[in-house]
Design a protein around this ligand. Structure first.
Ligand code: P1T
Length: 378
């Protein structure tokens, strides 16, 4: 089955009692049992819910994974993955990554004795040098948030495998339509389903998918034991969003390319970060491991100050100033003070994230209108 068919059909079957084509929203906290532990596959809704199962099967299909487990948010999914580790274990992570992931790593898990090395993962030598005997997990976020750097999934996954560490890709920025990390050798893939999978900025959720049975058993244990699960309505909203994933992402990418070109040629704009531009440092790698270049663009002005950046953001009319990404509507944000505000300034700047950076999530509006909006704000 091809990807565009899978977004509609992967793991989906009509509901058994009524024949409903769309999965019903099963609002129940518990399920009848004929005798203790004799039930129809569901005993309690923290552990499982049929609407959630339909979503999990769909995401597993899109990511070419045997299994998927869904969570109440993207960070809850990351939290569950990190809880498969033990004190003393070491994690290698990209140094350009979502600020909430960095906060979770350094402010929740470091105090519990997990150790982290944040390195520039576009440089394979830096990854190699960061491995220790205790390295158990390699955290790959690609494209990175917010600098749109590209990490070589194939080579990093291979390197991790050789050293006995699990490689996990945060595939939120690409979506499975543009990148399928398991096919490139990664052990597991994680999503904030709040973004492209949900697609309409009306739900928060997360997912972990993998074909590693042992790893997924540990993830399922977390689902059952720590319980950060999505409700049935939230599961339904993500499932419904996925049915148009291919259409939405295709249009968003088409628009993003036009916007990146426009910005790249604008006299007042400084650096434009977009993997689809031929001057992007990992343009070739992006072309190799992704099906297309994504719909996130970040840039700074020639007048490279925070004041100028904020001035531009305040002037956009169609681009809504807000956190998040991956919805049908275009958004603009200021990473340094919004999504990445919890990364200390000196660490942020060392990784290349300046206060003057502007981030765009390009939606599915008409590209001419979006460009006109940027033109007037610049
Ligand atoms: O927001 P939540 O669903 O918990 O997902 C967290 C998350 C994980 N990974 C990446 C790459 C992300 O970008 C996010 C959330 N990011 C934003 C809210 C943002 O505006 O960047």
């Amino acid at each position: 089955m091809k990807f565009n068919t899978k977004t509609i059909h992967a793991g989906q079957e009509p509901e058994k009692t009524s024949g409903a084509v769309m999965p019903p929203v099963f609002h129940t906290s518990t399920y009848v049992q004929k005798a203790p532990n004799e039930h129809q596959g569901y005993d309690y809704a923290r552990v499982g819910n049929p609407t959630r199962t339909a979503l999990e099967k769909l995401i597993a299909g899109l990511e070419e994974a045997d299994e998927c487990a869904c969570f109440s948010s993207g960070v809850a999914a990351i939290d569950a993955i990190l809880k498969t580790l033990k004190p003393g274990d070491h994690v290698i992570s990209t140094n350009d990554l979502y600020g909430g992931t960095y906060r979770l790593f350094t402010q929740v898990f470091e105090p519990y004795g997990i150790r982290f090395s944040f390195v520039n993962m576009t440089n394979l030598d830096e990854i190699e040098a960061a491995f220790t005997e205790k390295t158990k997990l390699v955290w790959i976020e690609t494209p990175t948030n917010p600098l749109l750097r590209i990490i070589d999934i194939r080579k990093t996954a291979q390197m991790s495998k050789e050293r006995g560490a699990l490689s996990v890709v945060d595939n939120t920025f690409a979506s499975p339509y543009l990148q399928q990390p398991l096919l490139l050798g990664a052990d597991a893939v994680m999503h904030s389903t709040t973004k492209y999978l949900g697609g309409h900025s009306d739900v928060v959720g997360g997912a972990v998918a993998s074909s590693d049975k042992y790893f997924m058993e540990k993830i399922r244990f977390q689902v059952k034991t720590t319980g950060a699960v999505p409700g049935p309505m939230d599961s339904y909203l993500v499932l419904r969003g996925i049915k148009t994933l291919h259409l939405r992402v295709e249009r968003s990418v088409e628009n993003a390319k036009k916007i990146a070109d426009f910005l790249n040629n604008h006299p007042r704009v400084g650096i434009v970060h977009y993997p689809g531009l031929s001057n992007h440092p990992q343009h070739k790698l992006a072309a190799d491991q992704m099906n297309d270049f994504g719909a996130m663009v970040s840039f700074s002005m020639k007048d490279d100050t925070m004041e100028k950046a904020i001035d531009v953001m305040k002037k956009t009319r169609l681009f809504v100033l807000a956190e998040s990404l991956g919805g049908v509507e275009s958004l603009v944000s200021h990473p340094a003070s919004m999504t990445h505000g919890s990364i200390p300034k000196n660490i942020r700047e060392k990784a290349g994230l300046k206060d003057s950076l502007i981030r765009l999530s390009v939606g599915v509006e008409d590209a001419d209108d979006l460009i006109e909006d940027l033109e007037q704000s610049l």
